[in-house]
Write a protein that binds this ligand. Structure first.
Ligand code: G6P
Length: 631
């Protein structure tokens, strides 16, 4: 989780670092911080709660106040920066990275699981400003380095005044300190480190979370370290650090050192790979990425169909038909796509499916039993927009280790998850920037339908046309938001596939409008939750299946009888005139199998306008991140 950016070079490295951090905000934006050398070669750390834009202003002031030579074309400087998604300690300036202890400054991605055992002991010698696990790393480095420093001298040498230590030695000792501290840490970490004893040099290491070193665009003598290549301009040459490697970036070169267990040994220049030129995402005139992406649903659905590899779909379809066990797993919105996937596989292939969130699945006993049988008969489908979600990757790795076939449905075929998979289904939905997933959900669900159904691909025009109509139909939705803007609870109900979309509609509303919302199987409401229904409640029923239409309507009658306001989303227009339905959102009758995919679109717009109405930035809601890379 979180984003790291560091740079060594001539010119405005501070500006580059701020720009780099902005590109990493999808990994968290609770707070941000930056550290750089001032003119006395001391490190100045500037931190700010909130998004990178707030840090930018503060860092600009600090830069002049400390007379930091950050834009002098003759001077080199090193800077490390971080955007945070809080795990240990609330979002606050004091808990922002980088952390300084003694001469060391550290920016950290990941979680140190054993930090407490060190912190208690270190508290005798260090004053900790934060509640984080990460600050402990800086203290451990300072302590380890001090020991190495002290061990160089005899008392006599000190008495003779021998204190002429060469920078090279400081660098070696720093490498050794990093190596020794790494061995003590349990958990996940990617680190960018500065030391006041080694000016204008960045040290970087990882034990797993992604960390890249390389050049900044065409500037071959400006070196960068970052947790994601998204922070780099085109033409940058990159090298992905392997677990245990330590990199140094200074005014001459990047060097990689391998931890061998016998100290650190230089390995020589890394092999760099160029990154593809990429376009910066643009809102294209929309006020928010989320609205732009809702309005791209139809285009994305078409792109999902276009990228369909017929041979691959046949192969996966056959495998699903013969598999003994089928698991679907993901997190967040992608998990709701799995629930629709379960519906399609069970309905169209007649196979039973287990769909579980990834953070739970790998601890379930039945998984072990299935994998101990014949793992080649286990189909494991993982769904992830980014392909970088830590929980999903961890679950996929477990299945892979046991020999199961890994199938991934993703919007990022170059991702970590895609790289470990046997089959990669690219939904091809186009870049999704808003934290709340929209077009990726509809495309993931569509991919499941294409994988399992006998959809007549030449009959899909009405489906695409209806997606377009719904994404653009905002008049009715805005009226509904106005009507219900004061409510405190909104319930979504549905059965089978409509329950899956109810869950997604409810999640979207919670995520970006902070309204309390729950989704229930319509038939289950009367077994408890109905106790919450009163005259101020709003209940939205999604009803797309003729087989269960009347049963779901029973629940609408029940909540109406208790005073609730009711919204029904459905292709069954006769429900419009039913006295218990206050508001009716029509889905025009396209192919029955595909209607559930469309039924959620009005609720994406509902959540979006609700969020706007409440003055929230729907693209960056509090506490969330687009890609969650911690377990
Ligand atoms: C985060 C995001 C969610 C997303 C989930 C899974 O929690 O805030 O919007 O659905 O991660 O992301 P993925 O990239 O794996 O689909």
């Amino acid at each position: 989780m979180c984003g790291i950016y560091g740079e060594v070079g001539r010119g405005d490295v501070l500006k580059n670092a701020i720009d780099g951090l902005k590109a990493l905000e999808y990994r968290g934006y609770d707070s941000a911080g930056i550290a750089f050398f001032n003119e006395l070669q001391r490190i100045k750390v500037t931190k700010q709660k909130g998004m990178v834009a707030s840090l930018e202003a503060k860092a600009g002031v600090d830069r002049w106040a400390t007379r930091c030579p950050l834009s002098d074309p003759l001077d080199y400087n090193a800077v490390i920066a971080h955007t945070r998604w809080a795990t240990h300690g609330k979002p606050a300036s004091k808990n922002s990275h980088p952390f300084k202890q003694g001469r060391f400054v550290v920016a950290h991605n990941g979680i140190i699981e054993n930090y407490k055992e060190f912190k208690t002991e270190l508290e005798n010698r260090f004053i900790f400003q934060s509640e984080t696990d990460s600050e402990v790393i800086a203290a451990l480095l300072e302590e380890e380095y001090s020991k190495l420093w002290d061990s160089q001298f005899t008392v006599d040498e000190f008495e003779e005044g021998f204190i002429d230590i060469l920078t090279r030695e400081n660098k070696d000792m720093t490498l050794e300190a990093i190596y020794n501290v790494s061995k003590k840490l349990k958990g996940a970490y990617a680190l960018a480190i500065l030391s006041e004893d080694v000016p204008n040099t960045i040290f970087a290491t990882t034990n797993n979370p992604p960390l890249i070193v390389g050049s900044h665009g065409d500037a071959t003598s400006t070196f960068v370290v970052t947790s994601d290549e998204a922070a780099l301009p085109a033409n940058s040459q990159i090298y992905r650090l392997k677990p245990g490697e330590i990199a140094t970036l200074d005014d001459n070169a990047i060097k990689i050192y391998e931890s061998t267990g016998e100290g650190v040994a230089p390995k020589g220049d890394p092999l760099f790979q160029p990154i593809q030129a990429k376009q910066q995402p643009s809102k294209d005139g929309y006020p928010h990425f989320m609205k732009k992406e809702i309005n791209e649903i139809e285009k994305s659905l078409r792109a999902t169909l276009e990228s369909k590899d017929t041979e691959q779909f046949k192969r996966v379809n056959e495998f699903l038909k013969t598999a003994d066990t089928i698991y679907l797993s993901a997190c967040g919105t992608a998990y709701h796509a799995c629930l629709l996937g379960k519906h399609y596989i069970e309905k169209n292939l007649g196979k039973q499916v287990v769909a579980e969130v990834a953070s739970e699945l790998r601890y379930m006993e039945h998984v072990g039993v299935a994998l101990e049988g014949d793992p080649h008969k286990v189909a494991a489908i993982f769904v992830s927009q980014s392909g970088e979600t830590a929980d999903t990757i961890a679950a996929a790795e477990l299945f892979k280790k046991q020999g199961a076939k890994i199938i991934t449905i993703t919007n990022n075929p170059n991702s970590t998850l895609a790289n470990l998979s046997d089959e990669v289904i690219n939904i091809n939905a186009g870049k999704e920037v808003a934290v709340a997933a929209t077009k990726s959900f509809t495309s993931q669900a569509f991919a499941f339908n294409l994988l399992t159904g006998d959809t007549c691909v030449n009959c899909l025009e009405p489906f695409f046309a209806e997606a377009k109509r719904l994404q653009e139909n905002t008049t009715q939705i805005k009226e509904l938001v106005e009507k219900y803007k004061k409510v405190k609870n909104i319930f979504f109900i549905g059965r089978l596939a409509d329950y899956a979309t109810s869950k997604e509609a409810s999640l979207k509303l919670k995520e970006i409008s902070y309204i309390h919302s729950e989704a229930y199987q319509a038939g289950e409401l009367k077994h408890g939750t109905i106790a919450l229904i009163e005259s101020k409640s709003v209940v939205c029923a999604i009803i797309t299946d003729p087989k269960i239409k009347d049963k779901t309507m029973n629940a609408v009658y029940e909540v109406k009888a208790r005073g609730a306001k009711t919204i029904v989303i459905s292709p069954f227009t006769e429900l419009k005139d039913n006295a218990v339905v206050d508001d009716f959102i029509e889905i025009r009758n396209v192919m029955h199998d595909l209607i559930p995919i469309l039924s959620v679109i009005p609720m994406f717009n509902f959540a979006y306008y609700f969020s706007k109405q409440r003055g929230i930035d729907p693209d960056k809601p509090r506490n969330l991140a687009k890609s969650v890379t911690v377990e």
